[in-house]
Design a protein around this ligand. Structure first.
Ligand SMILES: Nc1nc2c(ncn2[C@@H]2O[C@H](COP(=O)(O)OP(=O)(O)O)[C@@H](O)[C@H]2O)c(=O)[nH]1
Ligand SMILES: [Mg+2]
Length: 428
């Protein structure tokens, strides 16, 4: 009795080979699981068939039947032959699937379906279909597994379940310092509204999320000042965030760097420290700009009037901790004075401050009726989800970003693209 051994990665695969060669009448002597397949490695299955019976020609594998070796009866030689055949079969299957050429392959084989090789090709098509089905099943299992791992890691996330394809963008946003409550809220919106078609590719997911975040950032764009209009801008905020440096940069920008060269005047209310006055005096001298120092609110109107010939007046204030209510109240007393133009209040904050503190600062300074936000020290960190969250919360527009110490170069007009691209920078 001669035997032939068939092997394959699944029992289905092996049986298909047997059927292709011997048809439905194949006499199976034994079948074994040599190695159980796992998610990461293929299995090995073996079926031994009795072959000392006339082989049904129509279903015979043309490559096997035409080969002289297929007539040999030695078991060892047969199985070696089969292994070679299996490998080439498998290579062909994988090739046709990975090239996504199944359709083309089917077309080319169906056109020659009357030739003697057609049954061999057709059975290969069946094999490929089965293989595709198996691959799909494995892919589904992997997806389910990813889901359950994600769910386990995030069981504190109330009802929000992040699908695996969103996990990268979720992790990066969270790592950027963005408030978790905001992130969950935005993620929930994304999951609800994002078109199904876009969810399939991580690239479109990122693009969608990036665009959505950008749209949540209000910007006050720099506009040309109508002639005969005066603008007064006051800069308030904690100590050391870069108020004076930003004023120096803006003075240079308005006076020298824009298409229209504005007349710029500077005023400082920060007379607590000699150094602070000197710092601004030096910048004003260098730029040949007029400067006024004011100690008392009663001197404010007069000093402003002396600067009235300017188009733009920039007012520096004393830095104050958000907990120092007295200093914030003093600034407020200047703001309650009637002036020839409304005072635009700019709250200056550093990107290196964590979200909770930014919020605290904003709240303490909000008695000054903040108009716009200036963010400084963006060169010192890329984790600026804190800034995003603050703006998402307070819905105040941004007007300028400070991106370094250099006066006047390290200043840019605020942009949604810069903020969100920097925030999601970790995405490869
Ligand atoms: N790295 C970096 N340093 C800055 C930036 N803006 C200001 N600084 C520095 O921060 C320090 C405090 O700045 P200053 O303008 O005096 O802060 P103020 O107390 O708010 O007026 C100085 O050493 C500045 O050079 C910035 O955007 N990036
Ligand atoms: Mg200062």
């Amino acid at each position: 009795m001669a035997l032939k051994t068939f092997t394959g990665e699944t029992m289905k695969d092996v049986m298909a080979q047997v059927k292709a060669e011997f048809g439905d009448d194949a006499l199976i002597v034994s079948n074994k699981v040599i190695k159980q397949g796992t998610l990461t490695s293929p299995g090995l299955y073996e079926v031994v068939v009795q072959v000392d019976q006339p082989q049904p020609t129509p279903k015979a594998n043309p490559r096997t039947s035409s080969s002289p070796k297929s007539q040999q009866t030695k078991h060892q030689e047969k199985s070696e032959d089969d292994i070679v055949l299996d490998i080439s079969n498998l290579a062909r299957k994988i090739n046709s699937i990975s090239n996504n050429s199944f359709d083309t392959y089917q077309k080319s084989t169906s056109s020659s379906s009357t030739t003697s090789t057609s049954s061999g090709f057709n059975s290969s098509i069946v094999d490929i279909k089965e293989l595709q089905k198996e691959i799909q099943e494995v892919a589904n299992t992997v997806k389910l597994l990813q889901h359950s791992i994600w769910d386990m890691n995030n069981c504190d996330r109330d009802k929000l379940v992040i699908p695996p394809e969103f996990s990268e963008i979720y992790a990066i946003s969270k790592n950027s310092g963005m408030s978790k409550a905001h992130l969950d809220e935005i993620m929930m919106l994304t999951l609800k509204h994002m078109p199904i078609k876009m969810r399939k590719s991580p690239v479109t997911i990122r693009r969608y999320f990036n665009t959505l975040l950008r749209r949540l950032i209000p910007i006050r764009h720099e506009k040309e000042l109508p002639s005969s209009t005066k603008k007064i801008m006051m800069f308030v905020g904690p100590t050391g965030v870069g108020k004076t440096t930003t004023i120096a940069k803006l003075a240079a920008r308005y006076a020298y760097q824009m298409q229209r060269k504005y007349k710029v005047g500077i005023m400082t209310l920060d007379t607590y420290r000699i150094g602070a006055v000197e710092q601004l005096m030096r910048y004003a001298q260098m730029m040949k700009l007029s400067i006024e120092t004011v100690v008392d609110p009663s001197d404010f109107v007069e000093a402003l009037n002396r600067l009235r010939h300017n188009d733009i007046i920039l007012i520096d204030t004393v830095g104050s901790s958000q907990h120092d209510k007295e200093k914030v109240d003093k600034i407020n007393s200047f703001l309650s004075i009637d002036t020839f133009a409304t005072i635009d209040v700019n709250l200056v904050m550093s990107a290196t401050t964590k979200y909770e503190d930014l919020k605290d600062i904003y709240e303490k300074f909000s008695i000054l009726n903040i108009d716009t936000l200036v963010i400084t020290k963006l060169d010192e960190t890329t984790k600026i989800g804190n800034v995003f969250s603050l703006i998402y919360d307070v819905k105040k527009p941004l007007n300028y970003f400070s991106i370094g110490q250099e006066v006047p170069d390290d200043l840019m007009v605020a942009s949604q693209e810069y903020l969100i691209d920097t925030m999601l920078k970790d995405i490869k």
